[in-house]
Write a protein that binds this ligand. Structure first.
Ligand SMILES: Nc1ncnc2c1ncn2[C@@H]1O[C@H](COP(=O)(O)OP(=O)(O)O)[C@@H](O)[C@H]1O
Ligand SMILES: CC(=O)OP(=O)(O)O
Ligand SMILES: [Mg+2]
Length: 399
């Protein structure tokens, strides 16, 4: 029997998503070719699930406990990690630094390199390492593949990847823009091309990945040329709990005037800022409910979020010159018609015409929400980081 199944572990800062896929069965997308949107009826997906609120009240204690829960759920469906049909485990790893720009077979040395990158992604890489260690303990014989969030952005031009700071200091300490959510930006930019009936090489796309973490990217002909996250996943858009762009002098000011330490400021900007910092809620659904009741704090949070998003749409329109499509993805991008409309309304001079009626229709498939006359196609394109990771992992181990 040939082993053709891949288990994918996608550890976020407070969640663990998993999927078990059979790569021998038809899947609607291919690694390099055209992609069509994925539905729940795909025969390739054997199991999937999510453990949420890790480390929070009402959730499991930590990522080890979450993994144990996933292993138990799979075993109860006779799909456990002990299955001889497993070909590999694919792990999402958020930060790959400058070294990891391709899917990588995991060895002890690779694990220790990923651990060295923890200071650059303190909310994410530790969880990724835990997942790798637990899975390797359970199945030491099985190939385990790391797929990096940073990889898709690793070819960004120097003009976009460099910060304008002293070069020697930057080079010595690896201070440059890496970018994240790369598997999602790669998958969604390809799926957007497919939705337009084009090859990825033919289209320029702005991808707006709006989840709890959020980032924008400018993709020219299938290649990422700029993205909003930088050295860490803190730069760029306003997020659920992260500030995104601020004047770096805010940090000095808070240290000198408010007497805050570096760790306090790190915690403030990563965990107590963004939507939650502005209005106390980080879930866009709750913010929508509060706005409907005329809550001024929720309205302000929404307005700041959308203003930043519009700025990036404008910036990346200029970076790309010609924009063929803008694609909204991840939890907020796929579900919040209000965010999509507020971000793009009034941008007709840029050739962007969102259609309020089409935009308001709910759906789970990739779809266009622009007017028929819009020069720039506006699309909602569900992301599938797990499928992308599975395909990249399988490409390394397939017989
Ligand atoms: N129906 C909805 N309307 C508006 N926002 C939603 C909806 N469903 C989910 N979201 C938003 O999506 C976020 C989670 O997105 P997701 O892509 O799953 O994030 P992550 O992978 O970072 O955990 C939630 O915090 C919430 O703000
Ligand atoms: C990199 C990042 O921000 O990931 P997530 O959105 O899963 O927190
Ligand atoms: Mg995510």
């Amino acid at each position: 029997m040939t082993a053709t199944r891949v288990l994918v572990l996608n550890s976020g800062s407070s969640s663990l998503k998993y999927q078990l896929l059979d790569m021998a069965r038809p899947s609607p997308t291919t690694l390099t070719g055209a992609a069509t949107p994925r539905s729940d009826t795909d025969s390739s997906r054997l199991a999937s699930g999510i453990v949420e609120r890790i480390g929070e009240a009402g959730g499991v204690a930590d990522h080890s406990a979450a993994l144990k829960q996933v292993a138990d759920e799979l075993s109860s469906q006779s799909l456990g990690l002990d299955s001889p049909e497993l070909a590999a485990v694919g792990h999402r790893v958020v930060h790959g630094g400058t070294r990891f720009t391709e899917p990588t077979l995991i060895t002890d040395e690779v694990v220790s390199e990923i651990e060295k990158l923890v200071p650059l992604a303190p909310l994410h890489n530790p969880a990724n390492v835990t997942g790798i260690k637990v899975a390797r303990e359970l199945r030491p014989d099985l190939p385990q593949v790391a797929v990096f969030d940073t990889a898709f952005h690793s070819g960004m031009p120097e003009a976009a990847a460099r910060y304008a700071i002293d070069r020697a200091t930057a080079d010595r300490y690896g201070v440059r823009r890496y970018g994240f959510h790369g598997t999602s930006h790669a998958y969604v930019s390809r799926a957007t091309a497919a939705l337009l009936g084009k090859e990825p090489s033919e289209v320029n796309v702005i991808v707006l990945h709006l989840g709890n973490g959020a980032s924008a990217s400018a993709v020219r002909g299938g290649v990422c040329v700029d993205t909003s996250m930088g050295l860490t996943p803190l730069e760029g858009l306003v997020m659920g709990t992260r500030s995104g762009d601020i004047d770096p002098a805010v940090v000095f000011h808070l240290a000198r005037v408010a007497g805050l330490g570096v760790d306090d400021i790190d915690d403030l900007l990563n965990k107590r800022s963004g939507l939650v910092g502005l209005c106390g809620d980080n879930d866009m659904r709750e913010i929508g409910r509060r706005i409907a009741e005329d809550d001024a704090d929720a309205q302000l949070a929404f307005d700041v979020y959308v203003h930043r998003l519009r700025k990036y749409v404008g910036a990346y329109s200029a970076v790309l010159g010609r924009v063929d499509a803008i694609a909204f993805t991840a939890g907020v991008g796929e579900n919040s018609a209000a965010v999509r409309e507020a971000a793009l309304i009034g941008l007709e001079p840029l050739g962007i015409e969102i259609d309020a009626v089409r935009n308001a229709v709910r759906g789970s498939a990739a779809r266009l929400v622009s007017t028929r006359t819009s020069r720039v196609a506006v699309a909602v394109v569900p992301t599938d980081e797990e499928l992308e990771i599975a395909q990249q992992a399988y490409s390394l181990v397939r017989p």
